[in-house]
Design a binder for this molecule. Structure first.
Ligand SMILES: [Zn+2]
Length: 163
């Protein structure tokens, strides 16, 4: 079976949003992706103070069930160390994007593509590039929706591992 990246979704992610994000991720990374189903974050990862799910914990819950190399698109708020974030990823493990504050499809896609890139081994880039680290909402709106040439070259090298 050829290698593919798993895409999980959550209960209330609209189909239109999901399809937009997945279609555009495929456009950037041109590898195999498969939408494999709905997953709900486990209640044990709920963080009361920030009213959100702890990103490393919900990621780890999936990894503990034996799944890696996934992108999980959720509508619930997620956080890191008590601060609400748009997305989160761990290298060669998994990536998550939350649409709770990213109602526009294009923004959800950019954040998902950034987190996915990080998971497969790309790193923060200072050029006009999708891998430019998102610092705030305005920056996410303005940043590029494609990889710069340097990241594209790096990605092609990384891609060999995954096909
Ligand atoms: Zn770049």
């Amino acid at each position: 079976m050829p290698f593919y990246f798993k895409i999980y979704t959550c209960e209330k992610v609209p189909d239109e949003m999901l399809n937009y994000v997945v279609d555009n991720i495929k456009r950037v990374y041109y590898m195999n992706f498969r939408i494999v189903g709905v997953r709900l974050p486990h209640y044990n990862a709920w963080h009361d103070m920030s009213n959100s799910y702890d990103s490393p914990m919900i990621l780890q819950n999936i990894i503990n069930e034996g799944s890696t190399f996934f992108l999980w698109i959720v509508e619930v708020p997620i956080s890191l160390e008590g601060k609400v974030v748009y997305g989160y990823a761990e290298l060669r493990k998994g990536s998550i994007v939350s649409i709770s504050k990213l109602q526009r499809q294009q923004l959800a896609f950019k954040e998902a593509a950034y987190q996915f890139g990080f998971m497969i081994g790309l790193s923060d880039c200072s050029k006009d590039c999708l891998m430019n680290k998102t610092t705030n909402f305005g920056h996410l709106i303005e940043k590029a929706s494609t990889l710069c040439q340097d990241c594209e070259v790096k990605f092609r090298r990384l891609k060999i591992r995954y096909v």
